[in-house]
Design a protein. Structure first.
Lengths: 274, 274
């Protein structure tokens, strides 16, 4: 009997229910500078809520605070339902390793989304189709997580490796993002992709500097039913930054369905040393 | 001996340290539809951290999840230092009333911000000076919190009271915001003002509909020293929305010093019935 091997993303975000705590394990496939890729950590924490027996509805927002590096290996997830109303739930998830010291802390809102008046003031950014663009070459990047994604830049492709820019370049990027091994877009991949932009400071300065996301917030504008209807395996993404000051900079981003629906918006604040 | 009466904002956000819990009290001066104005609740939770003896550094981000209405009266604040590093601290604050049911839940990152390379890609939006614009008339609005602020619209002034728009209008607004009784801008007033936009849906539809912020995230791009240098009592603010779908819509916003510095960026997701 042949069974289909699971996608590495599903492996990386796997969680198991324990007696009072859930557990997970870092993935070597999604490794960044000094720890796991934050997007996969965020998706893993979201998945623990989604698979929780008390969960109702779809994710509406997730905020993840990255408190300390996560070491390679297993971790515990303390999943707590803070408050449940008729149609919304508020959750928190604490990720710890080998004790009580919190490495990552997340809060989430879930909602049963009811039909309503719909209006999307934002417009799908113009871009050539995914298939017409060449994948971003990743051979020069040592981080394993980058190889899990198929990035196809429309604007703001990083030219890392040359001399740092004399004057700051644009912080804006527009690109398609899909899994390198194609996988249907669900809320977990949206969560992860919302952290899959290169640090804006790398684009602006054209060099790698010490960098780490401190807090990440993603809003979901599509529920499971909407995503099933979209039936897509890549998103059109934009990312930008407004300011870099006293060792911290921001990032904003959008994730679009090629069909024109805004699926998620995201913002983060990140540390840098420059 | 004459003592200067405290500003109503400082009254509204007052907290007291208890044995293990902090306490606060809702303010009739900052009341909204069915509970306190969320911006003041957020500022009160932030103030509890700022006044905590273990606090170090300045607020970098605050995320507030509004779980249930807060009733008029006292509340308890359970302030917890989740994790402290050399230069950052991660905090959570739970607001409860008369028991264990959480009404509001906040997470914050504080940081000792060190000098660095600075770059602000975002540009101060063009606007006539605060003094040259007339205050937004508030006589028709029953919510007390609105009277505590001096709004001076540059663009997107709501024309509430007429017929609902046949086609959706713009969700964008640009306005000056100051305290009606002028008060120097500090991190607490920035926190509150980051929630002081009218619901974007009111602008788009030109009518009030049931509305409530579910989750609010604000990033601070200036520390106490920067704000002292600015020495201002109003900010130039912009707000916009990208989508309204299945009973939830987003909002993004910026708060600017009239001197051209981006002080804070904010985003929220809100429930609506329409």
């Amino acid at each position: 009997m042949l069974t289909k091997p699971p996608h590495s993303f599903d492996d990386a975000t796997r969680v198991a229910a324990g007696d009072s705590r859930w557990t997970g394990h870092t993935s070597d496939d999604y490794w960044a500078f000094v720890g796991p890729f934050g997007g996969v950590t965020a998706a893993t924490m979201l998945r623990a809520i989604i698979e929780h027996p008390q969960r109702s509805g779809n994710p509406l927002s997730l905020t993840v605070n990255f408190c300390a590096p996560i070491a390679q290996g297993p971790f515990d997830l303390d999943v707590r339902l803070i408050k449940a109303n008729r149609s919304t739930q508020h959750w928190s998830v604490e990720l710890t390793q080998g004790g009580t010291d919190v490495a990552t802390f997340a809060t989430a809102v879930f909602a049963v989304r009811r039909p309503s008046w719909s209006h999307q003031p934002a417009q799908l950014p113009a871009a050539p189709p995914f298939e017409q663009l060449r994948p971003y070459p990743k051979s020069s990047l040592r981080m394993s997580w980058v190889r899990q994604y198929d990035f196809r830049f429309v604007e703001g492709e990083p030219q890392l490796g040359g001399a740092p820019h004399a004057a700051p370049a644009s912080a804006f990027s527009k690109l398609w993002i899909g899994d390198t091994k194609p996988r249907k877009i669900d809320v977990l991949s949206l969560m992860s992709m919302s952290d899959a932009f290169f640090g804006r400071i790398f684009h602006v300065r054209n060099e790698f500097v010490p960098f780490g996301t401190v807090s990440l917030t993603t809003y979901f504008h599509a529920d499971a039913e909407d995503l099933a209807e979209e039936d897509i395996s890549h998103v059109l993404a934009t990312a930008d930054a407004k300011t870099f000051h006293k060792s911290y900079g921001d990032q904003t981003g959008e994730l679009w369905s090629p069909n024109g629906r805004l699926l998620a918006t995201t913002t983060q604040i990140a540390y840098f040393k420059a």
